[in-house]
Design a protein around this ligand. Structure first.
Ligand code: PLP
Ligand code: COI
Length: 384
């Protein structure tokens, strides 16, 4: 009886607390239809830290979104409060790494409206990752709707305007059906996990040293470096950890066939700033992940009168850059103070101060994301 009362309450716009109880009472899941139609305020959840002190760690939220693919069709998206999943022991994700993911952010504006940054681009990139790994494509409209609904349901966990935080959305897709011979699964699971985040690196926007990774490659020219598959990241765990032990929070990969041109950082694209020639230079390579942040910064740079070059960058060209940037959703922009390759050291600025161009690009990007500057490129997609 109680279950039905709660179900009716949720269907007709119950409070977040009531619908949270309901989620648990109906085996931890409910249909999107039951999601609250009003928009709760961002930043009202009680966290274990202050909003302004958030780092980039897992934190529980109210729900995640789940969508399953079975018998050749997508089912209905559900909001699920239980953070564990039950998985078949033969799932292709576990054995053969049939898995990919995405990363995007949502930001609260001063009027408490909440906006996702370029989610359409993530939907497109997820499509290319799914195609490369033989997984069914999540239709972009479904991706957008699912992302909107899970943010809405977790609105209380969106860091408030002025905290410098964001809600990080981590869509992921994997083969959940069993196979033992090497072939794609026939069942898939698409999830969107959401969590409040702050700075990826503990010192925020401060230059960090990068180490050129010489003993390992990230991706092969005709491999899977240009898509966001899980295997690319497990391949980087060891080099990443070895670099950190030597005092380098970030690693820079060169092209795997000649080891002579710059590819990208472990979790970010590479940008070189040549101030004398007012050039923004970034690698063009079939094994680099097409970064949505880089794409946006290229537009901002062009808009600011910079020449943007996307081409091969020989390692020696590092000598010509006054500033080097690592860019990506999680970090937004990370200034690189120096790049070390064996005995060669390339310094950018004094290694402590954020370069002027880096600061300009970062500020403009963050102002657009925060709704403090006109979104003339149409990048923000309102959730609520
Ligand atoms: N390169 C790699 C290897 C990444 O993991 C990421 C992070 O997503 C990026 C680049 C930056 O891409 P985006 O700006 O779309 O987050
Ligand atoms: C992101 O920037 O969204 C990423 O996916 C980086 C992550 C691997 C830490």
């Amino acid at each position: 009886m109680m279950k039905w009362v709660l179900l009716l309450l949720a269907l007709f716009g119950a409070s977040p607390t009531a619908s949270f109880t309901l989620v648990k009472s109906v085996r931890f899941s409910r249909c999107l239809r039951a999601a609250a139609t009003d928009c709760p305020l961002p930043g009202t959840a009680k966290l274990d830290v202050d909003w302004k002190d958030l780092g980039f760690e897992f934190r529980p939220t109210k729900s995640h979104l789940k969508l399953e693919y079975k018998d050749g069709a997508w089912g209905k998206p559900e909001l699920v409060s239980e953070p564990y999943i039950k998985l078949h022991i033969g799932a292709t994700a576990l054995h053969y790494g049939q898995a990919c993911f995405e990363g995007l952010k949502a930001f609260a504006h001063e009027d408490n409206s909440v906006h996702m940054f370029r989610p359409d681009e993530n939907a497109k990139r997820l499509k290319s990752s799914c195609e490369r790994t033989m997984m069914p494509v999540v239709p972009p409209e479904l991706f957008l709707e699912a992302a909107r609904e899970v943010v809405k349901d977790n609105m209380a966990y969106v860091p408030p305007y002025g905290s410098n935080g964001a809600m990080y959305l981590r869509p992921l897709m994997f083969g959940s059906g069993p196979r033992i011979g090497l072939q794609p699964a026939d069942e898939y699971t698409f999830l969107i996990m959401v969590l409040p985040v702050g700075d990826y690196y503990k010192d925020g926007l401060a230059p960090i040293p990068a180490l050129v990774i010489e003993d390992y490659d990230r991706a092969a020219p005709r491999g899977v470096g240009n898509v966001k598959v899980a295997g690319n990241y497990v391949a980087d765990l060891l080099p990443n950890m070895e670099g950190k032990k030597k005092g380098f929070p970030i690693g820079l990969y060169l092209d795997s066939s000649t080891q002579s041109t710059i590819e990208e950082f472990s979790t970010s694209n590479f940008i070189g700033i040549n101030k004398k020639e007012k050039k923004y230079v970034t690698p063009k390579s079939s094994s680099v992940l097409p970064s949505i942040t880089n794409k946006s910064l290229m537009d901002l740079a062009k808009d600011g009168g910079w020449k943007v070059e996307q081409r091969e960058i020989p390692i020696k060209e590092l000598e010509t850059f006054e500033e080097v940037i690592a860019c990506g959703t999680a970090v937004v922009v990370t200034p690189i103070g120096k790049v070390v390759k064996g005995d060669d050291i390339y310094n950018f600025g004094d290694g402590k101060t954020v370069g002027e161009t880096t600061m300009e690009l970062y500020t403009r990007m963050r102002k657009i994301q925060n709704g403090e500057e006109e979104d003339k490129f149409g990048w923000n997609v309102q959730v609520c």
